[in-house]
Structures are given as structure tokens and as C-alpha cells.
Design a protein around this ligand. Sequence first.
Ligand code: S6P
Ligand code: ZN
Length: 200
Amino acid sequence: MSTFGRLVSERASRVDWPAARLEGTSVRNSVTKLGQLQAYFRSRAAFASMDPETVVYRVQWLEPIAAGVEGGLFWGSTTVEPGRVGDEYFMTKGHFHAIRNRAEYYTTVQGEGMLILMDEQGRTRAEVMTPGSLHYIPGATGHRAVNTGMTPLCFWACWPSDAGHDYDTIAAEGFGARVLLRNGAPALVTVADLGDSVER
Ligand code: S6P
Ligand code: ZN
């Protein structure tokens, strides 16, 4: 083999941009089904009427160094299926990063959605996700992606290898607002307007 051949290699991982798919042997995969999301959706009655085996979202990602080690970057994609539980659109669990000051980028490739963002005081806002939208998620900001369209919502993400995930805070307290179908369109509705109490 020539020196050139030894030093130049095809990368083991590749991205399929429009499909938001990762290809390669070290790609990790997770699938989240409705049955795992009981704590997250508002309507218990609507939830109980649905098949817990329904796939809500899939994540693919690369961990080139071990999770928890400082200094690296992780790269992945999420596909949230279209659907609703009652009037609430399919969404990710959402999380803060365990190391609170760790930030993240999302960029949307397909579909329509909303990125719900919440600070540690519970102040909640949302950014519209459309193909090409770029979202900087600052540190100490809970984040959840919601599919408000009729087709899969696909986005890429890049986050620090030591960020970690704190799911417990969101599972216990939720976000300060939900994305619900209102008058035929998605709307960000605060928990105060819903009459739901959130203790912080
Ligand atoms: C990781 C990044 C995404 C999410 C994914 C699923 O920091 O924010 O890869 O993990 O969108 O959401 P969740 O809330 O179930 O991890
Ligand atoms: Zn994150």
C-alpha cells in the first residue's frame, strides 16, 4: 500500500442529509414508543386508548469518545413521527443537560415542528422548526421537539460528549407550555392557561 493509501481513508460513518440518517458500523440507535411516554402527555384518557407499541421517535447518533468524557462532540439525528395523543402533538421526552451549562445545536431537515425551550425558572418559549431552521440551545435550557406536521420531523443535533441527560426534572415538572391543536392549528399553550400547576 502506498503512503497515500495508508494516510487517506474513507470515513467509517456517513450521513444521508435529506433523510437525516446515519450510516456506518458505530452508529447507535434508539426507538421510543408511546408506552414509554405515559408521564409526558397531558391526556391520560387519550393515552390509554392508544397502542403503546406505536413508535413516536427514533434517534441515531455517534459517540466517537465515551459519554461523560469532556472535550468531544456527539452527532445524531432524531425523527419524530406525525401523530397526536388527544390534542397534543407527538414529541420527544425533552431534557436538560446533566452538566447544565452545556449547549447544543439542532437543525431541521424535513417536516414541521416546534422546539420548546425552557430555562431553569420555567420560562418557556418555542422556535418554529422547518427545513433549514437552525436552533442554538443555550446551556441550562430544557429542550423538546414537537412534530406539528403530517410527515416525519427530522433534525440533526450536535452536543458536547460530557453533557449528559437529566430526564428526571422534565418527567417530574414538565415544560411551562405544551403544543396543542387549537382551532385547527398548533399553538403553544402555557400550563397556567391550561389550569395545570407546575411546582418549581
Ligand atoms: C441530545 C439531543 C437529541 C435528543 C433526541 C431525543 O442531547 O438533544 O439527540 O436526545 O432528540 O430527545 P430526548 O429528549 O428523548 O433525549
Ligand atoms: Zn440535548
